[in-house]
Design a protein around this ligand. Structure first.
Ligand SMILES: *[C@@H]1O[C@H](CO)[C@@H](O)[C@H](O)[C@H]1NC(C)=O
Ligand SMILES: *[C@@H]1O[C@H](CO)[C@@H](O)[C@H](O)[C@H]1NC(C)=O
Length: 448
């Protein structure tokens, strides 16, 4: 692979204009992922309908980029807009599983994995225990072929009669075993969309049966983040701005919220914050109203407000949802975040794109920093320089499931969670701030 890569490099050197992009693409392909290539959020096609909207919005940014860099986009990996670079060779050393690359979500590695060519690989059968509807997909090979998965030798079924012969069974949120003998080669996967507070406990007999997990957590086997950011070039995390994001904004902090009793006491935090800076709370817990489906509500974030409270309803490890990615990052507003640890946001968000509440000792201190940003357009704009340096990608969940089932067999890897409930719940969430849990949040100050 290295030899071929070198040859390819020589050829491309001639096209000097393309080189930076080619290097990026090769880096994506060949190098262990640098820290800067922040991994993360979800795009499991699991919830396809919502996802589609998100990606349409992303397309705006991607299209701007594509028009400016038409020639280069063909050398971006296939999962980026306009990207055509696909994995050409099987890499037996690919880092796909959690133990291959601890701390890394491996989403890009999984998307760039492929099987050896000219090998007649048998189709793997994947049984969706909760039916097709739960995933918004159809049966057979459609999902893999339509998405041009690099590994597409899989077939989806929802027929319980396939339980004995399926290569893998995917359980969503619950586990009701099929009444057939299990082959030791069959892979059982547990998928959770929500955080531990909002997922039901498994029966004791079900805690030690799963081989893999698939959740938003980055130590899951198949990470299914809410959104996943990828830089075009991991070395370029900022761009000069051609506009002033503070222009015409007259209001300070907005928050859209409907659940007033979240475990992490976010409402109390917001109310304390509002003593020191204007916080407009929209919805059931506040004095402001804007109908949920009215697009003008989110538009206010682009036009009127400087800051948006992207507060999750629970403080759980790696738990960062659309509140941050869509309401926040995909509008021209600076998100203030509460949910996962500051270090976890740093690993999954674009560089310098938000402010974490735990960077400040108190709501009062946060407010005084926000007032400072409010008066300094340069400082405010420094939080928007990531825009245009990458994309939130579709992470092609089922492509990755298929790749992993094949990879597992090639490696003859065997693994299972002794107690998947312990893995999922123990130490995963806190009802207070992370720093009072004895977690070190000091090393996260670099974000702001
Ligand atoms: C601010 O308002 C002016 C006047 O209405 C308009 O021309 C300009 O485009 C606005 N700027 C932004 C960034 O929205
Ligand atoms: C899956 O887990 C079971 C135990 O729950 C184990 O017996 C089996 O060997 C594992 N299979 C693979 C392919 O890892």
């Amino acid at each position: 692979m290295w030899v071929r890569a070198a040859r390819a490099m020589r050829a491309l050197r001639r096209a000097a204009l393309l080189l930076p992009l080619v290097l990026t693409a090769l880096a994506l392909l060949l190098l262990p992922r640098p820290q800067a290539l922040a991994p993360a959020p979800r795009s499991p096609s699991p919830q396809a309908p919502q996802r589609l909207d998100i990606h349409t919005e992303n397309a705006i940014m991607a299209t701007d980029y594509a028009s400016a860099h038409e020639d280069e986009s063909a050398h971006l990996p296939w999962f980026l807009k306009g990207g055509e670079l696909r994995p050409r060779h099987h890499d037996p050393e690919a880092k796909l599983f959690p133990e291959d690359s601890p701390g890394d979500d491996r989403v890009v590695n999984q998307l760039m994995y492929t099987l050896p060519k000219d090998e007649n690989v048998p189709i793997k059968k994947i049984l969706l225990a909760n039916g097709f509807g739960a995933w918004g997909v159809s049966g057979g090979r459609t999902e893999f072929v339509r998405n041009k998965c690099p590994v597409d030798r899989c077939s989806l079924t929802a027929d319980p009669r396939d339980a004995a012969t399926a290569d893998a069974i995917l359980y969503k949120d619950h586990h009701t075993p099929f009444n057939v003998k299990r082959s030791p080669k069959q892979i059982w996967i547990l998928y959770y969309l929500e955080c531990p507070y909002h997922t039901a406990s498994l029966r004791p007999s079900s805690v030690d049966v799963f081989n893999w997990t698939s959740t938003y957590r980055r130590d899951s086997d198949i990470v299914a983040p809410y959104e996943h950011w990828v830089y075009y070039d991991p070395l370029i995390t900022e761009k000069d701005l051609d506009r002033n994001f503070a222009a015409n904004k007259t209001k300070k902090v907005a928050w859209f919220v409907s659940n007033c009793h979240a475990r992490n006491r976010r409402l109390q935090y917001a109310r304390r914050l509002s003593k020191y800076i204007q916080v407009d709370i929209y919805g059931a817990c506040g004095a402001h109203h804007c109908p949920r489906n009215d697009p003008n509500c989110l538009e206010m974030l682009d036009k009127d407000y400087k800051f948006y409270l992207a507060f999750e309803n629970s403080n759980c490890r790696d738990y960062v949802t659309e509140k941050f990615f869509v309401n926040g990052l995909q509008h021209n507003v600076l998100p203030i975040v509460m949910g996962a640890r500051a270090s976890e946001y740093a690993a999954l968000a674009p560089h310098n794109s938000y402010i974490h509440v735990e960077e400040f000792a108190s709501p009062e201190e946060l407010a005084s920093y926000l007032r400072r940003i409010d008066e300094d357009d340069n400082l405010y704009n420094s939080y928007f320089k990531w825009k245009g340096t990458g994309e939130f990608i579709n992470t092609y969940f089922f492509c990755r499931v298929c790749a992993m089932v094949h990879a597992n067999e090639r490696r003859q890897r065997s693994a299972h969670y002794r107690n998947v409930q312990t893995w999922w719940r123990e130490g995963a969430c806190t009802r207070s701030e992370w720093r009072t849990e004895g977690q070190d949040s000091r090393d996260t100050r670099d974000n702001g």
